[in-house]
Ligand binder design. Structure first.
Ligand code: GLU
Length: 259
């Protein structure tokens, strides 16, 4: 059975969230092939008239790689310092990959305080809109120097939902190490219409791996935030070949949280 998915609204603007393990390998080095493939897919999406905003972690992990560290430390200030080191490395890698396909990207660092109802939020939106208008791919990360929520909890899951809401995105895609939300038999839910007690229960385990952070719980939290603005979400495996192209073509990849 290979049914095509339909979306309520045409997909014109998507927010794609990439956790650290999507970008960085176990040795804390950039996953160059993955980034190149991502850039290629985004170029393909642009040609189809779809704007893409990335919300990408990986700064801390890459910072650790720069310092030749092999284990994640726990001290918050030290993690923030790794993020400051790694953010530049992260952007250098994105710039390189996008250059191969003739695209440009821009670094945007945000914190949760930027999402109120004041002028600050408006400034964020204006900047992102202007970047998209120029065909530039915004690469958003939490500003780990001033804000530490995602370091502690989410690996940018919540941030991606706030960005999707702010930009009135038509879809939020959260790329993960697993192929979607798994039921108790480890089978991927293909479509979820409501976040029921069962869904909350199966998502409540968190990740403990060195590079990957967040786990399913924070992803479902993000889905719930996006749904407040009727934004459908897909949690899918980042290792699926051409995952973004497939998703935007309606192929039944990952778990679709339908509106
Ligand atoms: N903003 C952080 C990063 O990009 C969050 C991820 C983490 O805690 O490792 O590295």
């Amino acid at each position: 059975m290979n049914m095509t998915r339909t979306f309520q609204r045409p997909i014109k603007r998507i927010v794609v969230k990439l956790g650290s393990s999507q970008i960085v390998d176990k040795k804390f080095k950039a996953r160059r092939e993955r980034l190149n493939s991502l850039a290629k897919q985004i170029s393909h999406l642009h040609k189809k008239g779809i704007e893409v905003v990335l919300v990408s972690s990986g700064a801390i992990a890459l910072g650790m790689g720069e310092l030749a560290e092999t284990r994640r430390i726990t001290d918050l200030g030290a993690l923030q310092a790794r993020a400051a080191i790694g953010q530049a490395v992260l952007m250098r890698n994105y710039i390189e990959s996008f250059k191969k396909v003739g695209l440009k990207c821009a670094q945007v660092l945000l914190s949760w305080d930027d999402f109120g109802k004041d002028a600050r939020t408006l400034n964020v939106r204006h900047t992102l809109d202007a970047l998209l208008q120029k065909g530039v791919v915004p690469v958003i990360n939490e500003n780990d120097t001033t804000s530490t929520e995602e370091i502690k909890f989410g690996d940018n899951d919540k941030l991606s939902a706030l960005v999707a809401k702010l930009l009135h995105a038509n879809l939020l895609v959260i790329l993960s190490d697993v192929d979607g939300l798994l039921d108790i038999n480890k089978k991927v839910y293909r479509e979820i219409k409501e976040i029921t007690h069962e869904i909350l229960t199966v998502s409540s385990g968190t990740s403990n791996i060195q590079v990957a952070r967040g786990g399913m719980k924070t992803k479902i939290d993000a889905v719930q935030i996006a749904r407040e603005k009727n934004i459908p979400c897909i949690i899918a495996g980042g290792n699926v070949q051409d995952v973004l192209v497939k998703i935007t073509s309606g192929e039944p990849v990952g778990t679709y949280f339908k509106i």
